[in-house]
Design a protein. Structure first.
Length: 463
């Protein structure tokens, strides 16, 4: 009986507490709930009887008939969870500190070569991608590490075709020379302190298709992407070269919600703030040796477990804690680091005099991060622009106008071509279609003007 109850408790704890969603209050509410459930189930387990009005000719059938009536009385009532993510100080900071005190042991990730600074390190040269059992074990460990563990893994010998890396570097140099006339900004670092190739994925393919195919035909890229996102993922990449003297980034979380302002994040409910981290995988492949003094990525293990982290990372108290507790690991050419986008991280400072730290930054997206159907927004706006303007003239900029504009336009300005559409007034995201629609309403643009502006967004975005 006790064994059965423990199994039921275990199953329910998995069902009601998805991996990666933790009780950050550390108050063992889940444990109390499970103990209560064990008592309730124990009390009712042997009292599951068929109603006397049912025929007793088939005791099994009678019990099955009674089961649906009995179950609702045995299952606990669902507790209400606040929709909004609340940021409380100093409680949220203290929670982060508690989370980051956790330790990773070698026995937690048995296929890892070692654990350094709470980060599992894997040597992929010892495993064949055709070894299904070994690959499955690795993917299980990577998924756990990214979700419920430290939030980051290092994969040594991720890309062993160094000739392909060398050829890719030559292609990137050509691209950088071509784009040198305009300073490329970084979302979290000053423009001019590095060389950035936005959409190095597509540009690489256009400049040197041969090395591109060699580079992206790496089976380990598929394995690690599938471990976190499943099939049908989409790869994008940006090359970042930090020169000697390059300054560090500020600590941050990444796309999706990491690219929103604090006010914008606050509009998303708790479920979406938790889900955001499961929509993308962040990675970086070393295109040069990356010694510690050159400033490899700074990481704060376990920080992805803080539910309110997207609201919190901009606060100076969190920045200070990150700056006092980050860790980083040196990389060699062909090594890779992959991490949960909710992990607090930042590119480090290059304190060398000779090392150009070169890393191809991968952002790999879930298949589910897109709508099921495509629509021709400019064509729709052409049809209804006059009607929308008339409506807005009558109703003002209230909820009705807002609802119609939200339905007509894309409020999310990604994916985008950041060469053509750099961050807008907020300094983080490009101007969206909805921003343009509102401007058109305010300025009373004609139909041709608004359609032209929307089409320009699509053209500049590469849509």
């Amino acid at each position: 009986m006790n064994l059965l109850l423990r199994k039921l408790s275990s199953d329910l704890s998995v069902s009601f507490a998805p991996e990666g969603i933790v009780d950050t209050t550390q108050n063992s509410v889940d444990g109390v709930w499970l103990r209560k459930m064990e008592r309730d189930v124990s009390h009712n387990f042997y009292s599951l009887q068929a109603p006397s009005s049912l025929s007793s000719s088939s005791s099994s059938s009678s019990k099955m008939a009674a089961l649906p009536r009995a179950l609702p009385h045995q299952l606990p009532k669902a507790t209400k969870t606040a929709r909004a993510v609340l940021l409380r100080m100093p409680e949220s900071l203290n929670t982060l500190k508690q989370l980051c005190q956790r330790k990773v042991e070698q026995c937690d990730y048995v296929r890892a070569k070692s654990v350094q600074s709470n980060i599992p390190i894997y040597d992929l040269s010892t495993t064949s991608t055709s070894d299904t059992e070994a690959v499955n074990d690795l993917q299980d460990e990577w998924h756990h590490a990214l979700s419920s563990g430290p939030g980051v893994v290092v994969l040594k010998n991720f890309l062993t075709d160094h000739a392909a890396i060398k050829q890719s570097n030559t292609a990137f140099e050509r691209i950088i020379e071509k784009e040198a006339q305009s300073a490329k900004g970084d979302h979290f670092a000053a423009a001019g302190s590095n060389s950035r190739i936005w959409n190095s994925f597509q540009k690489h393919a256009e400049v040197d298709p041969t090395s591109f195919v060699r580079y992206y035909s790496n089976p380990w890229l598929a394995r690690v992407s599938e471990a976190w996102l499943g099939p049908c993922y989409q790869v994008t990449a940006q090359l970042n070269i930090v020169r000697p003297g390059g300054k560090p980034q500020s600590a941050h979380r990444d796309y999706h919600l990491g690219f929103q302002t604090a006010d914008a994040c606050a509009r998303f409910p708790r479920t979406m703030q938790l889900a955001s981290q499961y929509l993308t995988l962040q990675g970086g492949i070393a295109h040069s040796d990356v010694p510690l003094e050159s400033g490899p990525t700074r990481l704060l293990p376990f920080s992805q477990l803080l539910p309110e982290g997207y609201m919190a990372w901009r606060l100076p108290e969190f920045t200070q804690y990150f700056n006092e507790n980050w860790v980083s690991l040196a990389l060699e050419v062909g090594d890779a680091v992959f991490f949960n986008p909710a992990l607090l991280h930042a590119a480090g400072e290059n304190n060398t005099k000779t090392v150009d730290r070169s890393v191809n930054l991968l952002q790999i997206s879930s298949a589910f991060g897109r709508p099921m159907e495509s629509v021709n927004g400019p064509k729709m706006v052409r049809s209804c622009w006059d009607a929308l303007k008339d409506f807005a003239a009558r109703e003002g900029s209230g909820e009705g106008t807002k609802a119609c504009i939200n339905a007509l336009g894309e409020g999310y300005p990604f994916p985008s071509n950041l060469d053509q559409r750099p961050p807008g007034p907020d300094g983080i995201t490009p101007t969206s279609e909805i921003d343009i629609l509102w401007e058109g309403i305010r300025e009373s643009w004609g139909t041709e003007r608004i359609v032209k502006e929307l089409e320009k967004v699509q053209i500049d975005s590469g849509s």
